[in-house]
Design a protein. Structure first.
Length: 125
């Protein structure tokens, strides 16, 4: 997963279209009821629908609704604890060296044209 800021939505979608998972943060309150409780929410973009749903479950999302299903902007909304978990996992992953990242994954790794990835959690190394 890679984090993108408010004004980087196009970059986040492009990253997801290239096979990654993108967290697009936004915190502008346009009257959405979620902002009353959570000052920051995010989109989790991913073109692989099964991986998107699996990641949302691992993060603790209770109600999983895929927005823009089958389109470039396919995503799940994140807020609260699931968003905190996603950001924490991303920070820990970014701080680790590449060799440590591979060692941190307890799953079996495979390789494709884009490099190494975990066959269970689809994390790329």
């Amino acid at each position: 997963m890679k984090v993108f800021q408010m004004r980087e939505m196009r970059e986040a979608i492009r990253f997801a279209c290239e096979g990654g998972q993108a967290i697009h943060l936004h915190n502008i309150n346009h009257g959405h009821p979620l902002f009353a409780r959570y000052p920051q929410i995010a989109h989790l973009f991913d073109q692989n629908k099964s991986r998107l749903i699996s990641t949302a479950r691992k993060l603790g999302v209770r109600v999983i609704k895929v927005e823009y299903d089958g389109k470039e902007a396919q995503h799940i909304d994140l807020c609260g604890k699931p968003l905190e978990r996603a950001l924490c996992a991303t920070e820990q992953r970014n701080e680790a060296e590449p060799a440590e990242q591979e060692a941190a994954c307890e799953h079996e790794l495979d390789t494709d044209e884009q490099g190494k990835f975990c066959i269970r959690c689809y994390e790329r190394f």
